[in-house]
Write a protein that binds this ligand. Structure first.
Ligand SMILES: [Zn+2]
Length: 313
């Protein structure tokens, strides 16, 4: 056990990892599962400021990755999904701290002036106040359930409207509900984004793909301190690749770069367990029923973490 810890701790210091946070609603008690109170937001920002974190625009991380440069220490990027009106509650705090942000726009909601959402005029105004706008689909559908045709039609319609209203192309895309599989990702890539963001729990490292950037979703009184300690576990997921048809998960197989003999495995609703690693390979047999249609499978070695999301289609 001690050896395991030391090996992990050794690699901890070699790379700087960036962290991307995701918010939805602010100071809006009606939806506790997606809400952050202003008092909590202020505490999070004070923590970042007092501990010398640098909040950078998303583009800065994408540039470093594209240029194959090392990510500087303590970089953080802030993103908000959906474009709820309640962001106006938090905007003065973002401005007070001078923190840049990217707002991912649910285009149909802005277009049709849904009451809870910012309209295009309000969204455009964010660009003068530290914000970057980006695309978050037209329909905000569960995209793994859409056919390739439906999915391409959503991008086409949504991006045409987005470009007309925003007056520029969207550099970035984030999946509605953070739900995707390889097919959804490959179709999204056809539309020329310079980065695609998921909602997997994990950091961003020098080796992260710009088409698969992890984000930590923050809700309630989330403490960001432990999240900022997470680093990237380099993992090549071999099995499962998709949500199992039978609904039963039977094997977890992945290559991990760390020279360890033990790791921890987490599966949504099935909890954490210790598993063995042999020569960098996780090959764990099990036979358990998945409880939810969206499941996170996490491999962790000390503070290094890799997440695979499985979504029933
Ligand atoms: Zn969303």
């Amino acid at each position: 056990m001690r050896c395991f810890f030391l090996l992990c701790a050794f690699s901890f210091y070699l790379f700087a990892d960036a962290h991307i946070f995701l918010y939805h609603r602010f100071n809006d008690d009606r939806y506790p599962s997606t809400n952050t109170q202003n008092s909590v937001l202020r505490k999070q920002f004070e923590f970042l400021r007092d501990n010398n974190y640098t909040v950078v625009p998303l583009q800065a991380i994408v540039d470093k990755l594209n240029q194959n440069e090392t990510l500087p220490e303590k970089w953080v990027t802030l993103t908000i999904d959906d474009g709820y009106k309640s962001f106006l509650n938090a905007l003065p705090i973002f401005e007070e701290f001078g923190y840049a942000f990217t707002m991912f726009v649910y285009v149909e909601a802005a277009e049709k002036n849904y009451p809870d959402f910012l309209n295009w005029e309000e969204l455009k105004d964010l660009e003068k106040r530290g914000g970057t706008l980006a695309f978050h689909s037209y329909l905000h559908a569960h995209q793994t359930k859409q056919s390739a045709e439906e999915l391409r039609a959503d991008f086409k319609k949504g991006l045409e409207l987005y470009e007309k209203r925003a007056g520029s192309k969207s550099s970035f895309y984030s999946y509605p509900y953070g739900e995707y599989n390889d097919e959804v990702k490959n179709i999204a890539k056809e539309f020329g984004f310079s980065a695609i963001l998921n909602q997997n729990i994990g950091a961003v490292s020098d080796t992260s793909s710009v088409y698969d950037l992890n984000r930590f979703a923050l809700v309630g009184d989330a403490n960001i301190k432990p999240l900022l300690k997470y680093k990237t576990l380099e993992a090549e997921w071999i099995e499962p690749k998709v949500y199992p048809l039978s609904g039963n998960i039977t094997k977890i197989k992945a290559n991990i770069s760390d020279n360890v003999t033990k790791a921890q495995l987490y599966i949504t609703d099935l909890g954490w367990r210790d598993i063995a690693v042999k020569n960098g390979l996780v090959d764990y047999d099990m036979n358990e029923k998945l409880q939810k249609s969206r499941v996170r499978v996490i491999l962790r070695c000390d503070n290094k973490i890799s997440t695979k999301i499985l979504v029933k289609d």
